[in-house]
Design a protein around this ligand. Structure first.
Ligand code: AMP
Length: 362
């Protein structure tokens, strides 16, 4: 099939790399011809074609997207002619933190206490209800910790509200978590579901730095609970494709932070670490193919992000159990340039391999 991707970043690039062996073709709509996906398919770039999305639709049998910040009006228009997966409900819900949390509430899925905030007075009221510490976040378009203000004291109310630049926001109670986890799953057009194991994520300056897969010391009940939340959300949104849920592990169990209607940075380990990668499974799902097995191949896998500078690439190339994935991007502070997947047979081997790489990260 011909798959059209709205966006042309590294996620589209890795979808294409996994989709070609299945005989699919790819087209991308992006801003310019030097984005990470541009050499991996037909590129419909705004810089040389103002109707780039029209051209993509003419090319494609099915459309998917790289980001929950994709314009929903564009998706609605496309959907009149060809299918877009994940569908409108998944996109509409996940692009707004308030709608997402309302859905969690509807199904008794635990999340942080929250209140929507549209003015400084709203923020005063929200702080009175929720208490401090709390995090003020923009309702839409936040990613990698951008658009967030951690409030510890009521004296910060004016500053916190100003930092939101007047846009609709949400105040969330601060969750005291033991660690951050995520669950990635895929749902097919025929309603089949497959789940990857929970993974553990570590962030640095708001950006994902390290994923351990599977997360160690996870009780089977915890995995089951996460899968139950996931299944509820997948079915309610009639989701087709990969869905990611980010969670906090707390003393009192799992608390859901947010979700993303797409392949996710915390699933990159699955390229070498699982029988079928998240990218291949997303492609299989949106093209109506049977879903692939999600079982990990190795007892221990990890993913180390290459952020800002391509420092550890030489080292990775000389490590027998490391797999280098670069995204064809220029170095820039805070930018995800690639990642390194590590596979190991023991915790000790995994730890030693990660230690060799982490020294080189910012
Ligand atoms: P987000 O953009 O919602 O994924 O938030 C970015 C990061 O901020 C998360 O990965 C957490 O480390 C932290 N964070 C977000 N929300 C909360 C919360 N309610 N309580 C504690 N930490 C949070």
């Amino acid at each position: 099939m011909k798959i059209g991707v709205l966006g042309a970043g590294q996620l589209g690039r890795m979808m294409a790399i996994s989709g070609y062996p299945l005989n699919h073709q790819f087209g991308f709509s992006g801003n310019s011809n030097d984005e990470p996906s541009s050499l991996l398919g037909h590129m419909f770039a705004l810089e040389d074609n103002k109707d780039s999305i029209e051209s993509l639709i003419t090319f494609a049998d099915v459309i998917t997207y790289e980001s929950e910040n994709t314009d929903i009006e564009v998706v609605r228009e496309i959907n009149k002619n060809i299918p877009v997966y994940p569908g409108e409900k998944s996109l509409f819900t996940t692009q707004h933190r308030g709608r997402e949390k309302a859905l969690f509430d509807q199904f008794n899925i635990p999340c942080a206490p929250y209140k929507m905030v549209n003015s400084e007075q709203d923020l005063v009221d929200a702080v009175n209800t929720i208490g401090l510490p709390a995090i003020l976040k923009t309702a839409t378009e936040g990613y990698d910790g951008k658009g967030q203000f951690l409030m510890r004291d009521t004296s910060e109310i004016t500053k916190a509200w100003k930092s939101m630049n007047g846009v609709e926001s949400i105040l969330e109670g601060f969750v005291n978590f033991k660690r951050e986890l995520s669950l990635i799953a895929v749902r097919g057009i025929d309603n089949d579901h497959k789940y990857y194991p929970l993974v553990e994520n570590t962030h640095h300056n708001g950006i994902l730095r390290l994923t351990i897969a599977p997360a160690q010391a996870i009780d089977s009940k915890v995995q089951e609970t996460a899968e139950h939340y996931m299944q509820t959300l997948l079915d309610e949104m009639n989701h087709v494709g990969v869905l990611t849920i980010e969670l906090f592990e707390t003393e009192d169990g799992l608390v859901v932070n947010e979700m993303a209607p797409r392949v996710h940075n915390s699933g990159h380990w699955s390229i070498e670490g699982a029988n079928t990668s998240q990218f291949e499974n997303h492609v299989r799902a949106i093209t109506g193919m049977p879903l692939g097995d999600t079982t990990p191949i190795h007892s221990f896998s990890a993913m180390v992000n290459i952020i800002g500078k391509s420092g550890p690439t030489e080292i990775a190339l000389n490590m027998p159990n490391a797999h280098l994935h670069l995204y064809d991007k220029e170095e820039r502070t805070g930018r995800k340039l690639g990642h390194i997947n590590i596979t190991a047979n023991s915790q000790a081997e995994l730890d030693t391999s990660i230690a060799k790489l982490v020294d080189f990260l910012p």
